[in-house]
Design a protein around this ligand. Structure first.
Ligand code: SAM
Length: 295
């Protein structure tokens, strides 16, 4: 990793291009790291409102100010739906936030497959609040490689697969394709569930439709739930879910509450009511991913 430290340079303005003609800019208070891992550019910086921020290839990945919203909803919806997941696969998730939330459940094994070892290295060093020791948990197995290769080759079987990847560009693109989802399905135990991050439909409508079509090619039951993460500007973020069991979306809030209480799982965003509300899909968003297949 070569670091072109910007700490003593002119005040930096970090700008992310959301889509053509739409940008999100932040004036960092302090830059902790700026460089290139050989796979992606990486910036880690502080901001008075956002807290510490991780960006990869000039796309904000997560911020301390609201990461709990995203990581709690990405993890506890599938895990409390399932109710007894003991073997979990996380793909991506280099900052460690997803792994941290998975390990709050009584899992026996949490395998995390991250493409870029330097993302883990620099997040451990500069964003320790996200992983909060998860990388050192005895149940964690950290694998560095492409998640698409891993699911094709692993002998392991999982109760839940949680895909916390970058967007469907560059190395993350393969994680939104039907072939990858087929390999994931082959890795799931009976009754298993998959969830993935599907970006913000307001500015990535075609990505949502493409991901939905790919999931539908593979799984019997699929859908989306929506989470308001302020950092991912442009409204709600879509999280996809898929399973071959038919009852997941019918698990009632009282069951979810009993499971959450049994674990003593105190959350800052997730609750059974928020879980249910997140599944209420506005017609305009449903139309984005059903228009072409009329379902
Ligand atoms: N929460 C963020 C979001 O919603 O955009 C994503 C967080 S995490 C930093 C995304 C991780 O996915 C990165 O560390 C990146 O290296 C990893 N990644 C991208 N493509 C991958 C692949 N094909 N296999 C495994 N990890 C991948």
């Amino acid at each position: 990793m070569s670091s072109d430290s910007l700490a003593d340079a002119e005040p930096l303005i970090f700008t992310e291009t959301i889509c053509a003609g739409v940008e999100f800019s932040v004036r960092p208070d302090r830059v902790l790291f700026a460089g290139h891992t050989g796979l992606q550019a990486i910036h880690i910086f502080d901001h008075a409102v956002l807290g510490r921020v991780l960006a990869l290839d000039h796309v904000v990945q997560t911020t301390e100010s609201d990461e709990f919203i995203y990581h709690e909803m990405l993890v506890h919806v599938p895990m409390l739906w399932h109710g007894s997941a003991r073997s979990v696969l996380v793909i991506g998730g280099g900052d460690g936030g997803t792994l941290r939330e998975v390990l709050r459940h009584p899992v026996e094994r949490a395998v995390m497959v991250e493409l870029d070892a330097d993302v883990v290295k620099y997040c451990r060093a500069h964003l320790p609040t996200l992983s909060a020791g998860a990388f050192d948990d005895r149940r964690t197995e950290l694998v560095f490689g492409d998640g698409a290769d891993y699911v094709r080759e692993t002998p392991y079987r999982f109760d839940a697969i949680i895909i916390d990847s970058t967007d469907p560009i560059g190395p993350g693109k393969v994680l939104f394709e039907a072939e990858f989802f087929r390999a994931c399905q082959a890795c799931l135990n009976p009754g298993g569930v998959l969830v993935n991050q599907n970006g913000t439909p307001a500015f990535m409508p075609t990505a949502l439709a493409a991901s939905a079509a790919a999931l539908r090619q593979v799984f019997a039951h699929t859908g989306f739930y929506y989470v308001p993460v302020p950092t991912y500007v442009s409204g709600v973020m879509a999280l996809g879910w898929a399973s071959d069991r038919s009852d997941l979306a019918r698990v009632q809030p009282d069951i979810l509450a009993a499971r959450q209480d049994a674990l003593g799982l105190a959350c800052r965003w997730y609750s059974p009511a928020v879980h249910q509300a997140a599944l209420a899909e506005p017609p305009a968003l449903r139309a984005l991913h059903t228009r072409d297949c009329g379902t």
